[in-house]
Design a protein around this ligand. Structure first.
Ligand code: F6P
Length: 590
């Protein structure tokens, strides 16, 4: 076990005596500790203070800002003081955040309910690093898969990889859901400026027929490569979509029965005899293999689907779905933006990992963001948290974070199965500003719920030759100020607001925000942002003593969906329950 002093060397020594503390117990219920009592006392000193007063305090800027990689984090608009932050850090120490982090970086099975290591940080290790999981250094294998992804990328970009009719690939369809969709889709959108011309990526996740219809709309099966992404390769939505795409590809590239084989004669797969007349034999699978690759941990299921396991990109059970964009799950992204940009994203993630792993908790950006989330969730009692990127290219970032955060920390029991003693994961939501400003910000400014927000903004944009970016940035900064300071009735009157409107045009302020700034949305910065949030989620989960790496809560709905489907399709349907299912049965679709 690592020395506590090493990671927590900035602890306020006068707060308590380190020597009195027992070795950290990773299952400690922090609410029973004196650090928690000290936190609640420090909180009582602050809770009644308005952000205007807090922001006027000396030394706040130095004590409440932080830098990691290219990110600058401004915590000054939080309803906290440096002393309250110190108390939060003391709770983090007592909860064993540093020890739990070290356990993750040591490859221990901290995902206890699934008895798995949590190794997504290994995915962004440089080749020279070691990362041991179950006594194996996994870094060489990680880099082997990255090299295979790069090889496919190169073959697709150069036109060396061709479809069954000999044409190069122009469309990638990524089939996957949850972590097998949100990460690559979010990053594909975020890295719009880095995409390669002439290659389009589409993403289909939902089993909704509209999803698959949109994915194939206007695409040519002959020039389409389908990337089926599923850790388990059992996810119903993904397999349903993949089978539909298989039929679509087959119909598009297979020859008419008994006739010409439909190719341009190049015989790209080297086996003209692979084409049979009835298009339903195993030979047809050879055709499909030219248009399908898989990303999975389950080689058997991939082979059963008909995808050549040579075209399967592996990842490992120690990578959680929502932490997997760094792995082969990011294959569509690498195909779109190229190997170099993908590796820059990994390097950005690694930079934040190193910061998280080595910096004292009091200067540790992901730890501080996580602790502030705990402050709002558990002490102030605010139920939601909004992520507001001032970058249209980060349009899917809030949705990505919803899975990362809510699937990780939406838990009601602690690691030992006992009930959680604190309110756990907040509801995460958001969308880009300034659009949000003209929609839901009314509630943020004047509603009866207080929503802490993250404002993510950039000083530069390579798209901009005018004043768009400055205006966008000014809006982000202004929102933080308006939320914090508000406008008093006196100020409203002074500004000329008619008396009858004063109550309506008064802003209470005192609404907290973190401002996260960077120069430009590059692949490296994107990697830094994702890792920042990952480790913030980790910190929160460690304080709450929950398992942030399982997701049992998604299972019941899946099981019942299978039961309901059976009910809807069976003769016993007449016994189906009242209500919505009854209505469906009474309105048969054919
Ligand atoms: O149902 C939830 C979930 O298991 C997520 O955790 C995961 O990211 C998603 O489904 C997809 O799973 P798979 O990659 O195994 O298809």
């Amino acid at each position: 076990m690592a020395s506590r002093r090493f990671f927590g060397s900035n602890e306020p020594d006068d707060y308590f005596s380190w020597d009195d503390l027992p070795e950290p117990d990773l299952q400690v219920d922090v609410t029973t500790t004196r650090e928690w009592d000290a936190l609640t006392e420090a909180f009582e000193d602050v809770r009644g203070l308005h952000l205007r007063a807090l922001m006027a305090l000396d030394g706040r800027r130095e004590a409440m800002t932080c830098e990691v990689g290219d990110l600058y984090l401004d915590f000054t608009r939080h309803r906290a003081t440096p002393v309250l932050l110190d108390a939060l850090v003391a709770v983090a120490e007592r909860a064993g955040v540093a020890e739990r982090r070290d356990a993750m970086f040591s490859g221990e099975h901290i995902n206890s309910t699934e008895d798995r290591a949590v190794g997504h940080v290994a995915l962004r290790c440089p080749e020279s690093a070691r990362f041991s999981i179950d006594d194996d250094d996994v870094v060489p294998e990680v880099h082997r898969v990255l090299a295979a992804m790069a090889d496919l990328t190169e073959r697709v970009h150069s036109g060396d990889w061709v479809g069954a009719t000999g044409e190069p690939i122009r469309t990638i369809i990524n089939v996957g859901i949850g972590g097998s969709d949100l990460g690559p889709e979010m990053a594909y959108r975020a890295l719009r400026r880095y995409r390669r011309d002439g290659l389009e990526c589409r993403f289909v996740s939902n089993v909704d027929p509209a999803g698959i219809a949109a994915a194939i709309d206007g695409a040519d099966p002959a020039t389409t490569l389908v990337v089926v992404v599923s850790k388990t390769f059992t996810t119903d939505e993904t397999l349903t979509n993949a089978h539909t795409l298989k039929e679509w590809i087959r119909a598009g590239v297979a020859p008419p029965a008994g006739g010409d084989d439909g190719t341009n004669g190049d015989d790209p797969i080297g086996e003209d005899e692979a084409v049979d007349d009835d298009n339903d034999g195993p030979d047809d699978e050879a055709w499909v293999a030219q248009h399908f690759v898989a990303v999975s941990t389950n080689a058997e299921a991939v082979a059963a689907f008909g995808i050549d396991v040579d075209n399967m990109f592996r990842f490992w059970d120690w990578v959680g779905g929502r932490y997997s964009v760094w792995s082969a799950v990011g294959l569509s992204l690498m195909l779109a933006v190229g190997e170099d940009h993908f590796r820059q994203m990994l390097a950005g993630g690694h930079e934040v990992d190193e910061h998280f792993r080595t910096q004292p908790l009091r200067q540790n950006a992901p730890v501080l963001t996580g602790l502030l989330r705990v402050l709002y969730r558990d002490l102030y009692g605010f139920p939601t948290h909004a992520v507001l990127p001032y970058a249209a290219d980060l349009g899917r970032f809030p949705a990505y974070l919803q899975q990362l955060d809510m699937e990780s920390n939406g838990k009601r029991v602690r690691l030992d199965g006992s009930p959680a003693t604190l309110r756990t994961g907040a509801i995460v939501w958001g969308q880009p500003g300034t659009n949000g400003q003209h929609a839901f910000y009314q509630l943020l400014h004047q509603g009866t719920s207080i929503v802490p927000v993250d404002l993510i903004a950039f000083s530069e944009s390579a798209d901009d030759s005018g004043d768009h970016q400055r205006k966008l940035l000014a809006n982000a900064l202004a929102q933080g100020r308006a939320l914090a300071e508000g406008r008093s009735a006196d100020e409203a009157i002074e500004a000329g607001v008619p008396e009858a409107q004063v109550a309506h045009r008064t802003f209470p302020g005192n609404r907290p925000s973190t401002t996260i700034l960077a120069g430009e949305l590059t692949p490296g910065v994107l990697g830094q942002l994702i890792a920042l949030y990952e480790h913030s989620v980790f910190t929160q989960g460690a304080i709450w003593g929950i398992n942030s790496f399982d997701q049992w809560g998604v299972e019941l709905g899946k099981e019942l969906a299978a039961d309901v489907l059976e009910e809807l399709e069976s003769d016993e349907a007449q016994d189906a329950p009242e209500g919505a299912a009854r209505w469906v049965l009474d309105h048969p679709h054919d």
